[in-house]
Design a binder for this molecule. Sequence first.
Ligand code: FMN
Length: 230
Amino acid sequence: MSRLSTFEISRRSLLRGAAALAALVPATASLAACSSEEAPAPADEGVAGSAAAGSAPAEDVAAPEQDAAQPAGGSVLVTYFSATGNTEAAAQAIAEHLGADVFEIIPAEPYTDADLDYNDSASRTSVERAEDARPELAQLTPDGFDACDTVFVGYPIWWGDAAWPVKTFAENNDFTGKTVVPFCTSASSGVGGSGDELAELAGTGDWLEGRRFAAGSGDDAAAWADSLGL
Ligand SMILES: Cc1cc2nc3c(=O)[nH]c(=O)nc-3n(C[C@H](O)[C@H](O)[C@H](O)COP(=O)(O)O)c2cc1C
């Protein structure tokens, strides 16, 4: 597909870079509860990249310690799926800036490099695209999800669409009473109708207009999240 050829080289570089980063930093916790504590200033360090094949299943990851003194209300959770680390970096930047907790949407069967080969019509992502698949997730609902008032939902763009695991997440959670904020990363495509489609799939929640970020735009993502005044 010609639309994809422009970012093929950078994707492969990113995959290599993300894999190297993943070896250096601990995996992001996938279990989370909402947080409403005031955020410190955004940190320069601590953004963890993760390759798809390196993502640990939810059962293997320790839940972050919860702050018993958290005030009730105004709680924010940043959820994301990321196959090669770009969306994860944006999610971490948003979460650090807002002092929010993080929940990683992890496919039960993580995506390998071969799975992500959009030039191969027989690759897993290509086949799943044709089937409009909903990959099974390691954990469907974040711990403490009921208490969340605001939920960011991050994902990569795949063929102009929201990556399928986040569709599974949207379809299988109840966002009633929550403000939901979609965001995505891509090589060049815009957010398009991906946020609207997720809202439709979810059927609940007050979904705001989504925003697309390029790889390495953590500061922009944090500034955007801040500007929402949530
Ligand atoms: C299967 C597949 C399809 C993709 N399709 C698009 C696309 O249509 N438009 C685009 O700009 N980028 C596309 N990309 C690139 C990703 O959107 C981009 O690298 C994104 O930042 C990856 O996020 P992640 O590192 O969180 O997985 C595609 C990548 C993959 C693996």
